[in-house]
Design a binder for this molecule. Structure first.
Ligand SMILES: *Cc1c(COP(=O)(O)O)cnc(C)c1O
Length: 348
């Protein structure tokens, strides 16, 4: 079967984890593998990271944690950002997950259903997304701290903007909420790690940096996406390509139709903006991105290519995301289920 191939370099992911662990200084680096490890495959990625030394993993949802536990075995800690949701006690206990309790309601639910089971606490230091507010925490802290949470955490809203005053403001709030508790603390994702040691505390939570994306500029690229050419046709000057006739050949052209489209996460917004590469030679996308297919102008190539790359050394995740008007996070997590995912590297 010929289908588009997403190649994931597990050695690059573990090298990025080691680099971010080194940048985390005395803090331990965890690993965020939510959303199927940002689209790249939670199981193989987490197993490779565990072999590299990661001991604490973070997911968004209980269901992700359950699948991760099956892949990782009993030892590593698995924290769940959405905490203890209604009806999840059985799954949390069964998989030995650590919910990061977000509210008084979640704390009550957890302690009632699973007294003695481990938990962490997520605190809101200003982002207003998840976590207990300072006033709420002040009331609950005495009771919860007595039960020795595994982790107190919060999340930065503007960590990818090092000069943003929000960073220092959230740091001060987090310190005021957690100083003197003696509980391990976690504050920084990839962006926060780069802000410096006062942001690191005990455990860091890198996600995007592991997968080769900004703001970790020194990241090794992780993903290569190669699209098979289905057919190549000659198009006369003045003929059009694709839905809506939006592209008209200015000269006799050769157009390759590749298999992949917006159903595979190559957003329709890439129309007129993206390029693919034939062994490093750029070729423009022409006509609208359709659900399963895209047109590529290959007139300038000496030979008709069998494959064209849309993620490659010449065009990384962030460059492609910019062409789509989005960020690397969204580009990666949108990469489609139809791709054959191939893993390379020692851990593969
Ligand atoms: C997604 C997420 C992370 C990882 O963030 P990156 O920017 O990808 O490193 C860390 N912590 C929380 C709470 C998150 O939601």
């Amino acid at each position: 079967m010929t289908q588009a191939v997403l190649t994931i370099d597990l050695d690059a992911i573990t090298a990025n984890w080691r680099a971010l662990a080194a940048l985390s200084g005395t803090a331990e680096a965890g690993a965020v593998v939510k959303a199927n490890a940002y689209g790249l495959g939670a199981e193989p990625v987490a197993v490779a990271l565990r072999a590299a030394g990661a001991r604490r993993f973070f997911v968004a949802e209980t269901a992700e944690g359950v699948r991760l536990r099956a892949a990782l075995g009993p030892k590593p800690e698995i924290f769940v950002f959405t905490g203890h949701m209604a009806g999840d006690a059985g799954a949390i206990a069964g998989a030995g997950l650590i919910p990061l309790l977000n509210s008084a309601e979640q704390a009550r639910r957890h302690l009632a259903a699973l007294p003695g089971a481990p938990f962490g606490v997520q605190l809101d230091s200003g982002m207003n997304r998840l976590g207990m507010e300072p006033g709420e925490w002040a009331g609950l802290a005495p009771g919860l701290l007595e039960k020795t949470p595994r982790l107190l955490m919060s999340h930065l809203a503007c960590a990818d903007e090092p000069d943003h005053p929000m960073n220092a403001a959230q740091l001060a709030t987090f310190r005021a909420m957690t100083d003197g508790t003696g509980v391990p603390r976690s504050f920084s994702a990839t962006g926060g790690i780069l802000l410096g040691p006062e942001y690191h505390f005990d455990v860091t939570r890198p996600g995007i940096g592991l997968y080769g994306g900004a703001p970790f500029a020194a990241a090794r690229p992780v993903a290569t996406l190669s699209l098979p050419v289905v057919q190549v046709r000659s198009v006369g000057a003045g003929e059009t390509v694709g839905y809506g006739n939006t592209w008209e050949a200015p000269r006799p052209s050769r157009i390759a139709t590749v298999s992949s489209g917006y159903a595979d996460g190559l957003h329709r917004a890439l129309t007129g903006r993206a390029r693919v590469f034939a062994d490093g030679t750029p070729c423009p996308l022409v006509g609208r991105v359709s659900m399963d297919l895209m047109g590529i102008d290959v007139t300038h190539l000496d030979t008709s290519p069998d494959w064209l790359d849309i993620l490659c050394p010449a065009q990384g995740v962030d460059a492609l995301a910019e062409a789509a008007g989005t960020i690397g996070y969204e580009m990666l997590t949108a990469l489609g289920a139809r791709y054959a995912r191939r893993y390379t590297g020692a851990a593969a």
